[in-house]
Design a protein around this ligand. Sequence first.
Ligand code: ADP
Ligand code: ZN
Length: 431
Amino acid sequence: MQYWHKELETLPREKLEQLQLERLKKILKRVYQKVPHYRKKLQDAGINPSNIKSLDEIRNIPFTTKEDLFVDYPYGLLTVPIEKVIRLHTSSGTTGKPKAIFFSKKDIENSAELIARCLVMTGATKNDILQNSMTYGLFTGAFVMHYGAEKVGIFVIPAGPGNTERQINLMRDFGTTMLHMTPSYTLYVASVIYDKGIDPKKELKLKRAYLGAEPYSEETRKKIENMLGIDIYNCYGLTEMNGPGVGFECIYKDGLHIWEDNFLMEVINPETGKPVNDGEIGELVLTTLNREAMPLIRYRTRDLTRIISEPCKCGRTHRRISRILGRSDDMFIVKGVNIFPQQIEQVLMGINGVAQNYQIVLDSYDEMIVRVEIDREIFDGKIEKLVRLKDEIIDKIRSATMVKPKVELLEPGTLPISEGKAKRVIDKRTI
Ligand code: ADP
Ligand code: ZN
């Protein structure tokens, strides 16, 4: 099968690590020679790239943080002349000024190659039709997936996000078999499909969906899988590391494989910067091993996860990470307790009667208000009657987070719909 590079994907660990070391040395030499900011960092730490003998020595190299991307902005981290750059992508700016990442021709080809591997890993073939409903533009999500799918020979419908009616018509008219969307938008699209009385299992040809760009729980995956009768694969990436396709699930859907010939991964304690014990949760740190225009060394993603070292049933030797818990900066504190939005999502999506949309409002340090839309099926115009449902939500959130929330049940369609990354937390305390 094309793009199932069996030998590379199942390379014995020892050989894979040898390949990583060779690539690491090469990339360190390049940044040392070409990027004054990195040269200074390496010199200050007393590191000479030629002397590196083992992968562990990477721990002596200082981290690259988001702030480093703004030193000598915008072109200061390039290792190639600007004539070799063929594309700019920026992050979506969820947390501040967007980060700018530059791609050479080789980088574009390589990012497509990695996505091609990912798609094939889930069973996609050139007979599939992909409706790519991420934003085309500065955001990496749509373009990188598009190029990767084309590489496999997949027929791509560049739908972009939004206009849900049109999305559903595209699926129906052209026989879409695969979707690429954010999980929050997919939940919404699935609910509209239902409201229109369309039976997705009979009237649509959907087989699988690649959902990513924001954290979501196993409960959300199951909810959408059941609604649409499809397989959902978690797809993780960030602009700084090419965009989607950094971590991707295989057919076993048990953690996301990281292509370790391209990325060197570490998980650290975000407070101390030291590696966590094997399998413990911490912040994912990635080094690009195969990037030409703008290599990044020990980049702190701020995403929280853990490494799964046990071999995967699919036979690939590239290790997996668990689904992303959230970003270290997504966490909020109420009554002195640390809470991730995903904990709330996990509870809500497991409760019958809760629809796809919710919002967390924080206007004091002592209270968390959770606003929840309820399913059309149980809504008969009298929300105040749904006491049992409300109590169930309060109880389950309290036991998941240790904080008793104030819950507001809402009519379906009350909250704003997100077509891209959802904004679930309204923190009025920091505005
Ligand atoms: P921004 O940092 O502005 O959101 P990006 O658009 O590059 O920029 O988004 C990358 C971030 O999106 C990741 O660092 C991560 O926090 C989140 N993300 C992407 N895919 C997933 C996923 N499958 N699960 C959880 N979070 C994800
Ligand atoms: Zn696997």
